[in-house]
Design a protein around this ligand. Structure first.
Ligand SMILES: [Ca+2]
Length: 197
């Protein structure tokens, strides 16, 4: 009988640790800042970390946020604490009929304190990789490989319109550590981050 109780407790512990270590979207409901405001017609009310992907592949879907202009865009997501992160996803729309085109250059950097940044990934795509024509989604993937991270910053080139509906930062929720002393999201300066372009 004692042995059964021990086995049951052991199983509960194994299951609990498996749940804690399961890959989690650490960006869910977290705050982020952007270097320029969304167009008022396609405005942002924390849509990019609400866990909702657009069910329609169309720029006018209310789940998309739209930015216009040719200057590159920068988003910085604050995980609030430091976690081991594996992968970042960013889901963009291509709809050439309305001038909404996928970014062809992307640079991802991370930081634990908002002061020192580490370049993680640079991606560049050709017209063959991501054709201008057509209406489709592309979910960009960036491998972080267990780096300890509080801030995730993504820079993306823009040709005219950029539409995006969600970021995900996948990592291990059980690896949570209190953030070291550093900048808060409000103190961060987009100009001081070294991106790859
Ligand atoms: Ca969303």
């Amino acid at each position: 009988m004692k042995k059964n109780i021990f086995m049951a407790m052991f199983l509960v512990l194994v299951l609990a640790s498996a749940v804690l270590a399961a890959p989690t979207n650490l960006a869910l409901k977290k705050e982020y800042i952007v270097n320029r405001e969304a167009n008022p017609t396609y405005q942002d009310d924390a849509k990019l970390t609400d866990g909702v992907y657009s069910s329609a592949i169309r720029y006018s879907s209310p789940d998309f946020v739209g930015y216009n202009g040719q200057d590159p865009m920068i988003w910085i997501i604050d995980l609030k604490d430091v976690y081991k992160v594996d992968t970042v996803f960013a889901n963009f729309l291509n709809e050439d009929g309305v001038g909404c085109l996928l970014p062809k250059m992307l640079s991802l950097v991370v930081s634990q304190d908002g002061k020192r940044w580490k370049a993680i990934d640079y991606q560049e795509y050709t017209e063959d990789d991501l054709p201008r024509e057509g209406t489709y989604l592309n979910k960009y993937e960036f491998k972080i490989k267990g780096e300890k991270v509080r801030y995730v910053a993504l820079k993306a080139s823009s040709q005219f319109w950029l539409f995006i509906d969600e970021f995900e930062v996948i990592g291990d929720a059980s690896s949570k550590e209190d953030a070291s002393k550093g900048y808060s999201l409000d103190d961060l300066d987009f100009e001081e981050i070294d991106f790859d372009f």
